[in-house]
Design a protein around this ligand. Structure first.
Ligand SMILES: [Mg+2]
Length: 93
């Protein structure tokens, strides 16, 4: 961790809150989560390429997409943990 880590994690948290407000709790199949994550990684790639090609002055869009990548990964972990907990609860009944 660096001094910047808490601030960046706070931004990831705000993105997670934005996602929840928009989509609600999402309990998706792992393959679907990976498709969503791949879509966000693709958007980060596109933003970096636009900067490299001189079509984007700064890297703010790239940075935003990276935060979305991190937030989607966190959401996928949360979803997996919920599903595993429900499965364990149902097999213990
Ligand atoms: Mg995006």
């Amino acid at each position: 961790m660096t001094q910047a880590t808490p601030g960046v994690l706070a931004e990831v948290r705000r993105e997670r809150e934005r996602q929840d407000a928009k989509w609600g709790e999402q309990n998706l199949d792992p393959a679907v989560w990976l498709m969503i994550l791949g879509e966000e990684v693709g958007e980060a790639n596109n933003a970096a390429l636009e900067h490299l090609m001189g079509n984007a002055r700064d890297l703010s869009h790239y940075r935003t997409e990276l935060l979305q990548v991190a937030a989607v990964a966190v959401s996928a972990v949360e979803s997996l943990d919920r599903q595993q907990a429900r499965l364990a609860a149902s097999t213990n009944q």
